[in-house]
Design a protein around this ligand. Structure first.
Ligand SMILES: Cc1cc2nc3c(=O)[nH]c(=O)nc-3n(C[C@H](O)[C@H](O)[C@H](O)COP(=O)(O)OP(=O)(O)OC[C@H]3O[C@@H](n4cnc5c(N)ncnc54)[C@H](O)[C@@H]3O)c2cc1C
Length: 554
């Protein structure tokens, strides 16, 4: 059942056994799972069914380090469905190495075993429509060449590990019917939770306060409360609940809001393959269910331990579409479309901005020249790609063009190591429902940058050792290039980190806030490390695990 909070009376009290704050993928999956077990749920969403600028603005933050963090309007979505309304759809779980004891990486100990999450991967794949949990090319039928180029074996470096791609599933659209039809789920939209009020004993929740944009207050009561507001907004709600708890609920260790991490992504080198150009697998594969797959260069678990390296991968991309010297009409067409006024309708802003990065003034003429010279290929490309990208239910994640010279840029993606000095905190400035805004201070460590450069050196040596090619750096100072590439902001890890002992974190291994009997946080903020994987698969795996616990509790 859907309820527009605007229709609720001021000071209304709503109750249900389980109150869930945030109807993004985590909140929706949790609600649907509890519904199936016959448990009534209040699912509270700040956003509406459609996008609203005024509601989105509630989540705006003030980054102390803006060059390292995109605006929140690009990193979150205040709408039923959360960030899945604008996400990319890239799906893969963390690697076992991410949960290993890595003494060379301080603060990286997870209090749960990787194996305890693996049983949830198949069901996560169903929710995401990204196919079965197979992330190794050797296990995909019908794939003849299990490396990126022939003659490159799996060893210290692997080219057979995969990413899978979702539709990409917009949870607000895909599961709306089920939410609407359910008699046990009440989805209240347009209600922003502003504070968690604890009992006098400070170990239970008395109620959660919600407020509409019109200023109506609503009180939410239950037996169990789960905060699924996304990494940063879940943390913000805990920080804002500081009436009885200094520094906010969950700040018993002083770590609430600390360890804010994500990923480092960018390009510092191109790869020259010496193998036959037609044998390079530069683009997506598809499995028997037509799910898109992407190959990468990754490292074996043993190698990462031996070399004390953070978890880092890379994949092949074309050179920047913004630079017309590529001479390609299709790439120029893509650049001109994305950088035009139409561009914001063609891709989520974060993805659009990343795609057109590096644009040079006055390059338009050269781009048009490329299109004129390549007019036939460009004309053929538009309807085919347009259909696959914008009309087909399963959308192609992007486009890649073969390089006749067998040269591709390498896009790296690696983990930012846990860092207590990288943090978010509350400002005095308040939003329109009276909540204090977040300040974001992203801090890197030298090892984050060095790790990326070392990873490239290892890839280069491996390619050369197997006579498959070599890397060419864009500049003489690749580390400076890594430092200049912007940070993440989309995966929002660490600020309510999980730990066995209360003094080491915010939530316990079951995602329950240490010291509370009935309060849980379920978002990427509970993750201890960032790994090389994007967060969605692990968030939903933890959400399914929590759903199971809540069912057992009852
Ligand atoms: C541009 C972009 C691309 C991405 N691409 C990928 C990708 O390719 N692969 C991948 O794995 N991940 C990707 N992500 C990340 C992924 O979308 C998120 O990890 C995922 O959506 C998190 O789900 P969630 O339910 O925890 O939080 P969210 O999706 O953030 O949902 C939280 C919900 O809670 C609501 N909310 C917040 N605060 C309150 C409050 N106080 N009261 C009430 N409601 C509240 C919000 O409005 C929102 O609807 C991407 C993200 C972005 C922004």
């Amino acid at each position: 059942m859907l309820i527009d909070a605007g229709e609720l009376e001021d000071q209304a009290v709503l109750t249900a056994p389980v109150v869930i704050v945030g109807a993004g993928p985590a909140g929706i999956v949790l609600a649907l799972e509890l519904d199936q077990a016959g448990i009534e749920v209040l699912l509270i969403e700040s956003g509406s069914l459609r996008f609203s600028e005024a509601l989105q603005e509630l989540g705006d933050t003030r980054p102390t380090t803006p060059e390292r963090h995109p605006p929140m309007s690009e990193c979150t979505r205040r709408q039923v469905g959360g960030a899945s309304v604008i996400w990319g759809g890239r799906c893969l779980p963390y690697d076992p190495v991410d949960f290993d004891q890595r003494d060379y990486m301080p603060h990286s100990t997870w209090p749960v075993a990787y194996e305890s999450l693996v049983p949830y991967f198949p069901r996560v794949g169903e929710y995401l429509s990204c196919g079965g949990p197979i992330y190794d090319l050797h296990q995909i039928p019908g794939i003849a060449q299990t490396s990126i180029v022939p003659g490159l074996p799996d060893g210290d470096i692997l080219t057979s590990t995969l990413e899978r791609w979702s539709l990409p599933t917009n949870f607000g659209r895909e599961y709306l019917k089920a939410l609407r039809k359910s008699t046990r789920i009440r989805l209240v939209h347009g209600l922003s939770c502003t504070e968690i009020e604890s009992t006098d004993t400070g170990d239970r929740v008395k109620s959660i306060h919600g407020r509409t944009l019109a200023g109506h207050d609503v009180h939410l009561r239950g037996e169990r409360y789960v905060i699924t507001g996304g990494g940063l907004n879940s943390t913000r709600l805990l920080l804002s609940s500081d009436r009885r708890h200094e520094g906010g609920i969950g700040n018993h260790s002083g770590l609430l809001g600390r360890f804010y991490t994500g990923h480092l992504g960018g390009r510092i080198a191109r790869v020259h393959f010496s193998t036959p150009p037609r044998d390079t697998v530069y683009s997506f594969d598809r499995d028997q269910d037509r799910v898109y797959l992407r190959r990468r260069l990754s490292f074996s678990r043993e190698f990462l331990h031996r070399e004390q390296l953070p978890n880092i991968v890379s994949w092949l991309v074309n050179s920047r579409i913004s630079d017309p010297s590529h001479g390609n009409g299709i790439m120029s067409f893509a650049y001109l479309s994305l950088s035009s006024r139409l561009g914001k309708h063609l891709a989520p802003e974060a993805i659009r901005r990343a795609a057109i990065k590096g644009s040079q003034p006055g390059a338009t003429r050269a781009h048009i020249g490329n299109m004129v010279r390549d007019w036939w290929k460009t004309l053929k490309f538009i309807p085919t790609f347009g259909y696959k990208r914008y009309i087909a239910r399963r959308k192609v994640p992007g486009f890649h063009l073969p390089s006749r010279s067998n040269i591709y840029d390498l896009y790296y993606w690696g983990e930012q190591m846990p860092n207590p000095d990288s943090r978010v905190s509350l400002l005095d400035e308040r939003d329109d429902v009276g909540m204090r805004r977040l300040a974001i201070d992203v801090q890197y460590q030298a090892g984050d940058f060095e790790g990326i450069v070392r990873a490239h050196r290892f890839w280069d040596e491996y390619l050369q050792r197997h006579d498959c090619g070599r890397l060419e750096y864009f500049s003489d100072d690749p580390e400076a290039d890594v430092r200049s590439q912007p940070g993440d902001g989309f995966h929002q890890i660490g600020t309510t980190r999980m730990a066995e002992r209360a003094e080491d974190g915010v939530v316990d291994p079951n995602c329950r806030v240490h010291g509370f009997e009935d309060l849980y946080v379920m978002s990427s903020s509970v993750f201890v490390t960032a790994g090389q994987a994007n967060s969605m698969v692990m968030i939903l795996s933890f959400a399914l695990r929590l759903a199971e616990q809540l069912k057992q509790d009852r």
